[in-house]
Write a protein that binds this ligand. Structure first.
Ligand SMILES: *Cc1c(COP(=O)(O)O)cnc(C)c1O
Length: 242
């Protein structure tokens, strides 16, 4: 989407601009955390690098960022192959069942476990690789028909079947706010997910840990931090405003 040629001038400037973007977003996360009485170190900044060229991701890595997210399996494979192995990769896109076979242990966290059909595929592939997937359950808390995510009404049943898939380990919840929602509505969705997490945790099979809350993007990450996010997923705000 953004070719490297669109950036102002040369490699040093890309690194300087990206470093500045990351510093500014980290500062805003810190301030939001402190406003909410939270420890800023409890919030991870996930840089959503989908569509970004290798040079730009490499610049972010040089600026100290190691946590990246992609939304297409094949694009991720290519980037993971070419970028330093110290980069940790998360997946935030809709995961097609026929793409599961391309995943491997370089993929640290799947944020988009959003339907039952993915479980047998992930289990089978995990068994084959001897790898346990770490995943977040994507919940459609805004009940937005345009967005993926498990309906709220299905979450408890989903958690209850997870012990049948020992190669899938759910560590928390993920959500996307509704497009066009007001900040107040967005806050309501994030708060609702945080509150429901406590209920789902209390009903979950023994040993299941739902502590991660992945919520907040470029336009609403401060609200998400104030409402308990442990991971914010930021694309445009760190990469595109150069
Ligand atoms: C693209 C994307 C992001 C990042 O969005 P920005 O608005 O660019 O910050 C976050 N989460 C998901 C699921 C995405 O697809």
């Amino acid at each position: 989407m953004f070719g490297v040629e669109q950036y102002s001038s040369g490699r040093c400037c890309i690194i300087m601009d990206i470093k500045h973007n990351f510093e500014s977003v980290r500062q805003r996360i810190t301030e939001a955390a402190l406003r909410a009485g939270r420890d800023p170190r409890d919030i991870k900044l996930l840089a959503v690098s989908k569509y970004q060229p290798l040079e730009v991701i490499a610049a972010a890595y040089q600026a100290g960022q190691t946590l990246f997210a992609e939304s297409r399996v094949q694009e991720w494979q290519e980037k993971a192959r070419q970028l330093p192995s110290a980069c940790a990769w998360h997946f935030v896109g809709r995961l097609q069942t026929n793409k599961v076979k391309y995943l491997d242990d370089r993929m640290s966290v799947l944020h988009s476990l959003d339907r039952f059909e993915l479980l047998p595929e992930l289990e089978k592939h995990g068994q084959r690789l001897g790898h346990i997937w770490t995943a977040l359950l994507q919940v459609n808390i805004a009940e937005d028909p345009a967005k993926a995510g498990l309906p709220v009404a299905d979450v408890q049943d989903f958690l209850a079947v997870l012990p049948d898939y020992p190669h899938v380990r759910v560590r928390g919840l993920m959500t996307i706010g509704r497009l066009g929602a007001t900040p107040l509505e967005t806050r309501g969705f994030f708060r609702a997910l945080h509150q429901r997490r406590a209920i789902w945790q209390s009903q979950a099979p023994p040993g299941m840990d739902l502590s991660e809350l992945s919520m907040g993007m470029s336009d609403d990450f401060e609200i998400a931090v104030e409402e308990g996010a442990t991971i914010v997923r930021i694309g445009r705000r760190v990469f595109a405003e150069l």
